[in-house]
Design a protein around this ligand. Structure first.
Ligand SMILES: [Zn+2]
Length: 461
């Protein structure tokens, strides 16, 4: 039994159903879970460990709903800097085909370190190619070392170029092999209990890189074990044309056809969806991972977030892979989501309208998406808010810094409105991953060195 007392936060945002914000707030934590939350004066006065966060804003740990950690090795590659999705992928697939198990391990740590510095305490990752003996196990081992919760999505590609798919045959695997490994991973690692450090997700990559059979069989397997399903969907107009031509359906219709709708399914992007498809998501419970930087970077379009939320669809924020962002700063991504939602409003006449019913996405709205929205999308009720019984996952930012000078009228909104900064403390299940602005669980300098060596080797082969 161990206890941790967090006290005197300038403001503690709970993100509970009432969106309660507590001045002078704190948490009393026992064995990784929140036992009490409230004003410091109402909490126990001692604990095994006490952290005074006077002058800090405290928020629930952010939840990243879509990423490809391995892509941190291929950021800003000149040939892929100025391309749309399909051309970007075709440039990068042959480079990714050289990834090794060590590369998966190192890049996972880099991505998770960046995420932890940005306040993220739970990250979903979508690893969909396994060259040269790489396995999802390499990623899980790396995540356990750093201490961030992982929704490890067992991705896959089974539709190579020779069968009319987009990826070269060298990076696709057989359906049999994919399904066998998926089952092994679920049985080895999936933990359905509250406070789980690792959960497995089945995640065939996209309609243009997997076979119909693999989608159907993955859904059956996932439901047999009660794990969630994830894929890219309706990201570009190219994908829409591909689906219409090959399957005779738009992407969402195709998902319906292969039994990929339900509360256990979430899709990355969902830019090219119409109102009927949005209503289908709402009716069936499909969630959406919104990745605004990647959507801008690849000129994919602007997702209809306002319409999705109005229909009642769960929406979380994701940084997406680091080759299309090219960073893993989740707080910055939340800021992008707010700004891009406002661009969309502007395009439909907000600046000409004096209609008081038209409103803009607020900083608090987008923080909700990055916490509660993300938790809902991943199907986790144990994270996303600072409430009794939930995981002790939070981050804190020191307000006394240049970046926030003049923004202390509203410290919580300042985390989104000003230039995103690094967290001073990031705590997962009551354990420090970042403390006083430093990574606790691994050596940052050494990691950068190893990562750069791996990235260089990958490009020089
Ligand atoms: Zn992606």
């Amino acid at each position: 039994m161990s206890t941790l007392l967090i006290k005197n936060a300038t403001v503690l945002a709970t993100m509970d159903d009432h969106r309660r914000e507590i001045p002078g707030g704190g948490l009393f934590i026992r064995d990784g879970f929140i036992e009490q939350v409230g004003p410091t004066s109402e909490l126990p006065q001692s604990a095994d460990q006490v952290l005074d966060l006077a002058g800090h804003v405290v928020l629930p740990g952010l939840v990243n709903t879509h990423h490809h950690f391995y892509q941190t090795l291929t950021r800003a590659i000149p040939a892929a800097q100025d391309a749309n999705l399909f051309n970007w992928l075709k440039t990068l697939y042959p480079i990714w085909a050289r990834l090794t198990p060590d590369d998966i391990f190192i890049s996972t740590q880099t991505a998770l370190a960046e995420l932890a510095f940005s306040g993220c305490t739970t990250a979903s990752d979508h690893l969909y190619l396994f060259p040269n003996g790489s396995r999802l196990d390499d990623e899980i081992a790396a995540a356990r070392e750093i201490g961030v919760r992982l929704q490890a999505s067992r991705g896959s590609m089974s539709l190579g170029e020779s069968q009319g798919g987009l990826p070269p045959d060298s990076v696709v695997d057989s359906e049999e092999q994919i399904l066998k490994d998926s089952q092994r991973l679920i049985e080895t690692y999936h933990d359905a209990k509250p406070g789980a450090a690792v959960q497995i997700v089945l995640a065939p990559c996209s309609p243009f890189s997997v076979t119909t059979d693999l989608l159907k069989e993955s859904a059956k397997l996932a439901r047999q074990y009660g794990v969630h399903l994830h894929t890219h969907l309706a990201e570009t107009e190219d994908e829409e044309s591909f689906c219409l031509e090959r399957f005779g359906h738009r992407p969402v219709g195709y998902m319906q056809e292969v039994d990929w709708v339900g509360q256990d399914v979430w899709f990355a992007h969902s830019i090219w969806v119409n109102q009927e498809e949005i209503d289908l998501y709402a009716k069936t419970g499909c969630g959406v991972a919104h990745c605004p930087s990647s959507n801008m970077r690849l000129a994919s379009g602007i997702a209809p977030i306002k319409e999705l939320l109005a229909a009642g669809v769960d929406v979380g924020i994701g940084v997406d892979g680091s080759a299309s962002n090219d960073g893993s700063h989740l707080l910055a991504e939340a800021r992008q989501a707010m700004l891009l939602a406002r661009v969309k409003e502007g395009l439909t006449g907000f600046s000409r309208s004096d209609d008081p019913s038209r409103t803009l996405m607020t900083a608090r709205d987008v923080l909700w998406l990055a916490t509660r929205g993300g938790a809902a999308v991943l199907g986790r009720s144990d994270i996303g808010s600072l409430e009794v019984g939930k995981c002790a996952d939070f981050f804190a930012i020191d307000l006394n810094r240049l970046d926030y000078a003049g923004a202390l009228h509203d410290p919580l909104a300042a985390t989104i409105f000003t230039q995103p900064v690094k967290a001073d403390y990031t705590v997962v299940g009551g354990k420090f991953v970042v403390k006083q602005g430093q990574l606790v669980t691994l050596d940052e300098g050494r990691l950068v060195e190893k990562h750069n060596q791996a990235a260089k080797r990958l490009l020089s082969n």
